[in-house]
Structure formats: structure tokens, C-alpha cells
Design a protein. Structure first.
Length: 258
């Protein structure tokens, strides 16, 4: 009997527990209307107020370092190109020399005749020279083209005569004889130069002379032509006696320079 009462009591408790309704609490509005809200609103926090308007910091890229790298790369490649061009030019020059074996032309004063050399009391000079110069071109593939050549005769760096040789073409493996008549009429000299020249003319030793040539020349190799290049030729070691009276003095041969 006690067991029946116990089981009955447990059923009543279970039934009561199963059917007991659950009531949610209601909140009354502050104005007294009695309207309930399920999700109440709370004031925003400080992080919510200031965090929304603040922008995220992003580090800026380093433009200076990039520019430096670009400049270094540019100068590196520029230097590399220059070195390559110099190497190509050096190889081309070496190949040209090995193939054509270019040589400079040579000039020799083969004859010099002094007709007269007079120095007046007023330090003015009158002179006349006849000069023969032999020009040799030893190249078998290169031709030289000369512009008009100015010729000057000096004695201890004192100008005693000037002249001009016309332009000419110097062929391959060719020897050309150049003739020039050099005059000086009433050329004024400085007092020191006149004194030194007069002293040398009265000396028993021969008068030292030097022949200078100044011109422009270009080389031709087939259809290739170089621009005009200025050259100067000096032929020294020439010595001659000053003529007495009207008899000219000649020099058979002189030293040559190229």
C-alpha cells in the first residue's frame, strides 16, 4: 500500500513539473505606458564611438629606396654598354691594323738651295730658297689627300722664309717630289732676333736651318674616308753656308722627319 501511495505522489509531481508555464519577465517603459521591449538598448561604449571614425594606419611605401635602386641599375647598364663599345672599338682597331698594316708617310728634304740671305741695317730680311721635298707613301691600300701645305724655314727658331705647296693626292706605294720656292722680302725682325741672325751669318760655321710643313690630310681606304686631320712635319739637321755675292749655295740632302 505504501508503494502505491509513493508512485501516485511521484506522478503528481511529474505532471505538475511538466505543465508549469514559464513566464518571461516584462519591463515597463519609463513613461508608464506599460509597453514591453524584448531587446533593451544600452549606451554605446567609448571604443564603439571613436573606433568607427578612426582610419586604420597603413605604412607608406619607401619611394626613395626604389628610386635609388632604379638609378643604380641605370648607371650600371650604362657603364656596361660603354665598356662593351670600347671593347668592340679595340677589337676593330686591332683587326684593321693586322689586315692593312697602316704606316705613316715620310718626308725628306732632298735638295735646298739658298740663293741669297740679306739682313739690312733696319733689321729687315730678304731671302730666297728653292726646296725639293720627297714624300713617300708606303701603304698598298691607303691613299692620302693633302690640302695646301704651308712651308716655313727657320734658323734657331727665327723665321727666314715662307712659302706654299699646292694640294696633291698621294697614291698607294707612291713617291712624290714636291718643289717650292720660298721668299722673304722686307720681313721685319725684332732687334734680338736680328742680332743673333747677323752673328750666325758672320760665323765660319754653317747656318743651321729647319724646314716645317703644316697641312691637313685625310686618308682613303676604298670608299671609306677619314675627316681632315692637321699634321706638322719638321725636317731639321740642315746646315748651309751663307752665299757671298751672287753665287747660290746648295745642300745635297738633309735629315727627314715624318
Amino acid at each position: 500500500m505504501s508503494s502505491c501511495i509513493r508512485s501516485l505522489f511521484e506522478k503528481k509531481v511529474k505532471t505538475k513539473i511538466e505543465y508549469t508555464p514559464t513566464v518571461k519577465p516584462t519591463t515597463t517603459a519609463a513613461n508608464g505606458n506599460g509597453v514591453s521591449t524584448a531587446n533593451p538598448s544600452f549606451p554605446a561604449t567609448k571604443d564603439q564611438l571613436y573606433g568607427a571614425s578612426r582610419r586604420t594606419y597603413r605604412p607608406q611605401p619607401h619611394h626613395r629606396r626604389t628610386r635609388r635602386r632604379c638609378c643604380c641599375t641605370f648607371f650600371f647598364y650604362l657603364l656596361l654598354i660603354i665598356l662593351i663599345l670600347l671593347l668592340i672599338i679595340g677589337i676593330a682597331d686591332t683587326a684593321f691594323y693586322l689586315i692593312y698594316r697602316p704606316h705613316r708617310p715620310s718626308f725628306t728634304v732632298t735638295s735646298l738651295k739658298l740663293s741669297y740671305l740679306n739682313l739690312t741695317s733696319s733689321s729687315t730680311l730678304n731671302s730666297k730658297f728653292n726646296v725639293n721635298i720627297t714624300a713617300k707613301n708606303p701603304n698598298k691600300d691607303i691613299t692620302f689627300v693633302y690640302q695646301p701645305t704651308s712651308i716655313q724655314i727657320l734658323s734657331n727658331e727665327i723665321d727666314v722664309g715662307d712659302g706654299t705647296i699646292p694640294s696633291f693626292k698621294h697614291g698607294k706605294k707612291n713617291t712624290t717630289l714636291l718643289k717650292a720656292s720660298i721668299l722673304s722680302k722686307g720681313a721685319p725682325l725684332e732687334s734680338d732676333a736680328a742680332t743673333e741672325l747677323k752673328k750666325n751669318m758672320k760665323s765660319k760655321n754653317e747656318l743651321p736651318l729647319k724646314v716645317k710643313l703644316d697641312t691637313k690630310v685625310k686618308a682613303k681606304l676604298g670608299k671609306l674616308k677619314t675627316p681632315n686631320v692637321r699634321i706638322r712635319v719638321s725636317c731639321d739637321g740642315i746646315r748651309v753656308h751663307v752665299p757671298v755675292g751672287k753665287k747660290p749655295v746648295a745642300v745635297a740632302e738633309a735629315l727627314h722627319r715624318t
